[in-house]
Design a protein around this ligand. Structure first.
Ligand SMILES: *[C@@H]1O[C@H](CO)[C@@H](O)[C@H](O)[C@H]1NC(C)=O
Ligand SMILES: *[C@@H]1O[C@H](CO)[C@@H](O)[C@H](O)[C@H]1NC(C)=O
Ligand SMILES: *[C@@H]1O[C@H](CO)[C@@H](O)[C@H](O)[C@H]1NC(C)=O
Ligand SMILES: *[C@@H]1O[C@H](CO)[C@@H](O)[C@H](O)[C@H]1NC(C)=O
Length: 961
C-alpha cells in the first residue's frame, strides 16, 4: 500500500516521532519548492522533498534534440552471417543532455524470420551501463547463419547522416523509420525518433493508468514509482514495449527496447520519440503479423509466464486493517456464514511486529494463535498470503532490546545497498529507518531464502505478496545515515484513509450525515489545510538551487539530477523522491540510476527462488507490485493503489489488457477500490467485473469502511452470482492459465485482437474477451440498468449466445447494442464456435475439483465448435501427469479425444448445445440412445454420470443428435 497523499494529516504520528515528520509529496498539480517546507513543524522537511525539477516535457523552451543534434555517419560497414555491422562517427557534437559519444558500433542481427535486433552501443563502453544477459533475457539469433530468404523484416539504412528503416518484407511497408531524424547518443540521453502513420494504433508502454490505446499527445514515463494510480503518471512497473496495429494493411508488429534505463516515450500524430537516460540501444522488432502473434513472439523472448497454481483462481480477500488474528478469523468465518466462497485470506502489514519483515506482532498476532488459525484454514483447503515489504528495518544500536536478526545476518553478509562512500544506504519505510536488500550481491539470495525459510517454520504461508519494491523509500537519499539511532521512527504522514473520504455522491445523498461528520473533524484538520495550501501555492522557483548539471562531464554524468528531467510523478519531479536515490550503489558497483527499474524484478526472482527452495515442487504463488519485462515468469501483478471510484473500475480493463501484452496475464485490481470508501453499488458492479479477471481480490485501505462482499446484501448476492459463474468456469480458466504459460497468450483479450480487421474496435476497452469464447460487457457507471456493448461480426460471420438465457442474440455487426444490466447482473456472452469445459462449483477450489464436469457447446453459424481442456494436479512444478482433451462439434456430432496420464476421475454430468436448428429425433452418447430436452434451440442432455463413471474424459466419446 501507499500513503494517500491528498489526505495527509497534521495529527500524524509525526508529533510523537518528529525526526522524519514533514510533508509528504503533494498532489501533482502543485509542484512545491523547498521553501514551502519551512511551514512544517519538523526537521523532516529536508528528508522528504527532493530538489524541484522542471520536466523536459513541461519546459516550453527546452532544447529540442531532434532539431539541434547532428547525428552520426556510417564510416565503415560489413555484412555478417546474420546481418550487418557498422561503425558510426559523430558528425558534430552538440552535447544537449549529456556528452555525446564520438564513436558507436551498430550491429544488426536477423534473429529469426519474425525477429530482428538493432543494437547500437558506444565503441568505448567504459562509461556505459550494458544490461547483462543474466539479469534480463537477451533474445538470441536462432542460428549462427541466417539465410534471409524468409525474413519478414528488412533493415535498410542511410549512411550520412545515419538513419535506419525497418520494412515488412511482404509489403514493403515501413514499420519503423528514423529517416529525417538524427540519432542522439549521449551518456545521459539517447533518442530515437520513428515516423508513424496517421491514425496509428499504439498499445503497450507501461505501467500507467490510461485507456488501452496511446493516443497522440501521450507522454509515457517509464520509471518505477510508488504512486497510487494517478491517471497518466508513471507507476510501479516498467515495460518498454509497444504494439503498432496497422489497419491499412491488417498487419501488426511490436518493438521492444531492452533497457533498464529511465525512459520517456512521446507519441505524436505521426511520430514516436523514445528517450532513455542511460544504457545502449537494443531494439527488437517482432513481425507478427497478427496482434496475438506479436504478443506471443515478445513474451517468448522476455520469459513465458510462470504457471500459477489452480487455487490461485479462487476468490481472495484482503484489507489493510485486519488488526488482530481474531479479526482475520472472524472474516473467514463470516464468508462461510454467508456462503460466499473464500479461497485465500490475505494480510497487509497489520500482522507484522512494528512493520518488520518476517516477524509477527506478539500481541495482535501471537504465533501460537496464528499457527492455529493457519492449521484451520489449511484443513478447510483455504490459503493464506501475507505481505512482505522490500525494506529491512535497521535496529537501534543504542537499544539492546531492539535486536533484529534479519538485519544483522543481512548486514554481516553484505546484502544491502550502499552509498557511494561504502556506508549503508539508509532510507525510511513503514518500520522506520531501513536498508534495502541488494539483489545484485552474491550473498543476498541465500540470506533472502533463509529469512523466508525461518519464518515459514512459524507462519506456513501459501504465497507471498511483494509490496513497496520500486523500491520505495519515504525520504530522499540516505536520510537515516545520521539518524538511525532514533529508530523506531514512523512514516512522515498519517497512515490510511482520512475520515473525510466518503463514498462517491455521499455528500449529496446523505447531506445531513455528511455535514455532521464534516464539522466534527474540521477542527482537527484545520492545521492540515493550512499546511497543504501553503505547499500547493508555493511557486516552483528553486531551479536555481539545482546542482550544476555537469552536462559535459564524462563518466556517469549527473545521476542525481540528469540534464534531461523526466516527468516523474512525484511532487517535485526529483527522481530521488519517494524512492531510493539514483546514487545508491550495488555490490558490483552498478548504480541504482541504471537499474532502478529492475529492483522489483530482481526481488521477485529471488522470492520465487526462495519459495521453490522451501517447497521444491509447489508452484510459487507471488503477486508483486513493481514489474519489468519478464516478471511474469515468477509472479502475477495487482493494479496497485487504485481508488474506490467508478473511473478506476473502468481503468482496470485497459490495465489488464496491457499486462497481457507485458507477459503478466495473472492480473487483477483491488476490487471495490483501495483508497477511499466504497459503496454497495460500486462494489456490486466491481465484484462482478473482477470475477472475470484472472486474479480476483478485494482489498481496502486502512481507515476506509469495510467492503467485504457480505457487508452489503446487494454485493453478497452479486458476489455469489458471479463467483458461481467463475467457479463453474474454472476448468476453462485453468486451461487458459496453461495456455498463457506455454504460449505467452494473454487470458483477457482485447476486441481488437479478436477482430483485427475491424478498425472501429481499435480502442475498445470497456468490454473484453476471456480466452476466445467469452465476452464480458460490464456496467462501468452508477445509476443505470443498461449497458452498451458491441458484438463484432454479429449476424454476418458470428453468433453470440447470452450466458444466462443460452439464446442466440439478434445483434447487428457494427452496432452499439443496449443490454439489460440491472444491479447484480453482468452481461456475459458466449461466442459461437467454442466449447467450454465446466465443473460444478464448490466452496473452495479443492471442493470444486471434486465435482462433475459439464460442457457448453456454442455452435457457430455453420454448426461447428471446438474447444479444449487441460488438467493436472494444479500445483506441481515438475508435471508428471497431465491431461489434454480436444472437443470438436461438427455435423450434429460432438467428439471428445483425450491424451495424457492425469486421472480426472470426476464424471461428466451434462452437455448443453447452443444453436441447434431444430429438435433432433434422437440423441446418442457412446452409441446408446439417451434422453434429452430441447427448447429455444438449446439441446440439453443430463445424467451422463452413469456412462462416465471412470472419469468424464477417460474414454473418447461421441454425442450425436
Ligand atoms: C528549459 O530549457 C532551457 C533550454 O534547455 C533551459 O535553459 C532552462 O533552464 C529550462 N528551464 C528550466 C526551468 O529548467
Ligand atoms: C560543428 O560545430 C561547431 C560549433 O557549433 C561549428 O563551428 C562547426 O562548423 C561545426 N562543424 C560541422 C562540420 O558542422
Ligand atoms: C483518421 O481518422 C479520422 C477520424 O476517424 C478520419 O476522419 C481520417 O480520415 C483518418 N485519416 C486517415 C489518413 O485514415
Ligand atoms: C484489411 O481488412 C479489411 C476488412 O476485412 C479489408 O476491407 C481490407 O481490404 C484489408 N486490407 C488489406 C490490405 O488486406
Amino acid at each position: 500500500m501507499q500513503l494517500k497523499r491528498a489526505f495527509f494529516q497534521a495529527f500524524a504520528w509525526s508529533s510523537l516521532f518528529d525526526l522524519v515528520s514533514g510533508a509528504p509529496v503533494s498532489s501533482k498539480n502543485s509542484s512545491s519548492s523547498q521553501t514551502s517546507a519551512s511551514a512544517l513543524p519538523s526537521v523532516a522537511d529536508w528528508a522528504t522533498w527532493g530538489v524541484a525539477q522542471v520536466p523536459n516535457v513541461l519546459n516550453a523552451t527546452a532544447a529540442d534534440a531532434n532539431s539541434l543534434a547532428k547525428g552520426y555517419r556510417v564510416v565503415k560497414s560489413h555484412y555478417t552471417q546474420n546481418g550487418l555491422e557498422a561503425k558510426l562517427k559523430l558528425i558534430n557534437e552538440t552535447n544537449i543532455y549529456g556528452y555525446d559519444f564520438d564513436s558507436l558500433t551498430l550491429k544488426v542481427e536477423y534473429q529469426s524470420d519474425n525477429r530482428l535486433n538493432v543494437h547500437i552501443e558506444p565503441t568505448d563502453l567504459s562509461d556505459v551501463y550494458v544490461l547483462p544477459e543474466h539479469l534480463a533475457f537477451k533474445p538470441k539469433a536462432e542460428s549462427e547463419f541466417y539465410s534471409f530468404s524468409n525474413a519478414d523484416l528488412v533493415f535498410t539504412y542511410e549512411k550520412d547522416p545515419f538513419t535506419f528503416t525497418i520494412l515488412r518484407a511482404s509489403s514493403g511497408e515501413e514499420l519503423f523509420s528514423t529517416a529525417g531524424n538524427p540519432l542522439v547518443f549521449s551518456n545521459q540521453f539517447i533518442q530515437l525518433n520513428t515516423s508513424l502513420p496517421l491514425n496509428h494504433t499504439i498499445t503497450g508502454l507501461g505501467e500507467s493508468i490510461h485507456g488501452f490505446v496511446q493516443e497522440p499527445g501521450s507522454v509515457k514515463t517509464l520509471f518505477a514509482n510508488d504512486a497510487g494510480d494517478p491517471i497518466d503518471g508513471n507507476i510501479y512497473g516498467t515495460h518498454p514495449f509497444y504494439i503498432d496495429q496497422r489497419y491499412d494493411t491488417n498487419t501488426t508488429h511490436g518493438v521492444y527496447w531492452r533497457t533498464s534505463a529511465a525512459q520517456e516515450v512521446i507519441i505524436e500524430e505521426e511520430a514516436l520519440t523514445w528517450r532513455a537516460l542511460s544504457g545502449v540501444v537494443d531494439l527488437y522488432f517482432f513481425s507478427g503479423p497478427t496482434v496475438k502473434e506479436v504478443i506471443s513472439q515478445y513474451v517468448h523472448e522476455i520469459g513465458l509466464p510462470g504457471f500459477q497454481p489452480y487455487w490461485s483462481l479462487g476468490y481472495h480477500q484482503c484489507r489493510w486493517g485486519y488488526s488482530t488474528i481474531q479479526e482475520l478469523d472472524e472474516v473467514v468465518k463470516t464468508f462461510k456464514k454467508f456462503e460466499i466462497p473464500l479461497e485465500t485470506i490475505w494480510s497487509d502489514i497489520d500482522y507484522m511486529d512494528s512493520y518488520k519483515d518476517f516477524t509477527t506482532d506478539p500481541h495482535r498476532y501471537p504465533a501460537k494463535e496464528f499457527k492455529k488459525f493457519l492449521d484451520t484454514i489449511h484443513d478447510d483447503h483455504q490459503h493464506y498470503v501475507p505481505i512482505v515489504d522490500a525494506a529491512i528495518y535497521v535496529p537501534n544500536p543504542n537499544n539492546a532490546s531492539d535486536n533484529y536478526t534479519v538485519f544483522e545476518s543481512g548486514n554481516s553478509s553484505e546484502t544491502f545497498l550502499r552509498n557511494p562512500d561504502g556506508s549503508l544506504y539508509i532510507g525510511a519505510v513503514w518500520p522506520g529507518y531501513t536498508v534495502f536488500p541488494d539483489f545484485f550481491a552474491n550473498s543476498t539470495q541465500e540470506w533472502w531464502t533463509e529469512s523466508f525459510a525461518e519464518w515459514y517454520k512459524t507462519i506456513e504461508f501459501d504465497g507471498i505478496w511483494l509490496d513497496m519494491n520500486e523500491v520505495s523509500s519515504f525520504c530522499v537519499g540516505s536520510c537515516g545515515s545520521e539518524n538511525y539511532t532514533q529508530n523506531p521512527v514512523h512514516p512522515p504522514f498519517v497512515v490510511g484513509s482520512s475520515p473525510t473520504s466518503y463514498p462517491e455522491g455521499f455528500s449529496k445523498s446523505n447531506k445531513t450525515e455528511y455535514h455532521s461528520i464534516e464539522s466534527s473533524i474540521s477542527a482537527s484538520s484545520a492545521s492540515v489545510a493550512k499546511t497543504a495550501s501553503s505547499s500547493s501555492t508555493a511557486t516552483s522557483t528553486s531551479s536555481a538551487t539545482l546542482d550544476s548539471k555537469n552536462t559535459l562531464e564524462t563518466g556517469v554524468g549527473n545521476i542525481n539530477y540528469p540534464p534531461y528531467a523526466i516527468y516523474n510523478w512525484q511532487g517535485n519531479y526529483d527522481i530521488a523522491t519517494h524512492d531510493v536515490s539514483p546514487n545508491a550503489t550495488h555490490a558490483d558497483g552498478t548504480l541504482e540510476y541504471d537499474v532502478h527499474n529492475l529492483y522489483g524484478y530482481t526481488q521477485t526472482n529471488a522470492t520465487y527462488n526462495a519459495l521453490l527452495e522451501i517447497q521444491p515442487n509447489k508452484r510459487p504463488f507471488i503477486i508483486t507490485r513493481s514489474t519489468f519485462a519478464g516478471s511474469g515468469q515468477w509472479a502475477g501483478h495487482w493494479g496497485g493503489d487504485n481508488n474506490a471510484d467508478w473511473q478506476w473500475m473502468y481503468f482496470s480493463i485497459p490495465q489488464a489488457l496491457s499486462f497481457g501484452i507485458f507477459g503478466i496475464p495473472f492480473f487483477g485490481v483491488d476490487t471495490c477500490g483501495f483508497n477511499g470508501n466504497s459503496d454497495s453499488e460500486l462494489c456490486s458492479r466491481w465484484t462482478q467485473l473482477s470475477s472475470f479477471f484472472p486474479f480476483y481480490r478485494n482489498h481496502n485501505v486502512l481507515g476506509a469502511i469495510s467492503q467485504e462482499p457480505y457487508v452489503w446484501s446487494d454485493v453478497t448476492e452479486a458476489a455469489k452470482t458471479s463467483i458461481g459463474i467463475r467457479y463453474s468456469l474454472l476448468p476453462y480458466y485453468y486451461t487458459l492459465l496453461q495456455e498463457a504459460h506455454t504460449t505467452g497468450l494473454p487470458i483477457l483479450r482485447a476486441l481488437s485482437w479478436q477482430f483485427p480487421e475491424d478498425r472501429s474496435l481499435r480502442a475498445a476497452d470497456r468490454q473484453f474477451f476471456v480466452g476466445d469464447a467469452l465476452i464480458v460487457t460490464p456496467v462501468l457507471e452508477p445509476l443505470v440498468d443498461t449497458v452498451k456493448g458491441v458484438f463484432p461480426g454479429s449476424g454476418e460471420t458470428e453468433v453470440y449466445y447470452d450466458w444466462y438465457t443460452q439464446e442466440a442474440q439478434d445483434f447487428e455487426a457494427g452496432f452499439n447494442e443496449t443490454l439489460d444490466a440491472p444491479l447484480g447482473h453482468i452481461p456475459l456472452h458466449v461466442r459461437g464456435g467454442h466449447i467450454l469445459p465446466l465443473q460444478e462449483p464448490g466452496y473452495t477450489i479443492h471442493d470444486s475439483r471434486k465435482n462433475p464436469f459439464s460442457l457448453i457447446v456454442a455452435l457457430d453459424l455453420d454448426g461447428y465448435a471446438s474447444g479444449k481442456l487441460y488438467l493436472d494436479d494444479g500445483e506441481s512444478v515438475n508435471i508428471t501427469e497431465s491431461l489434454y482433451v480436444d472437443f470438436i462439434a461438427e455435423g450434429h456430432s460432438l467428439t471428445s479425444a483425450a491424451y495424457g496420464n492425469f486421472n480426472a476421475s470426476q464424471p461428466l454430468a451434462n452437455i448443453t448445445i447452443l444453436g441447434v436448428d431444430s429438435k433432433p429425433s434422437n440423441v446418442t452418447f457412446l452409441g446408446e440412445e439417451i434422453d434429452f430436452s430441447f427448447a429455444n434451440n438449446t439441446l440439453l442432455v443430463t445424467d451422463l454420470e452413469d456412462y462416465t463413471t471412470g472419469g468424464a474424459f477417460a474414454e473418447e466419446f461421441v454425442l450425436t443428435w
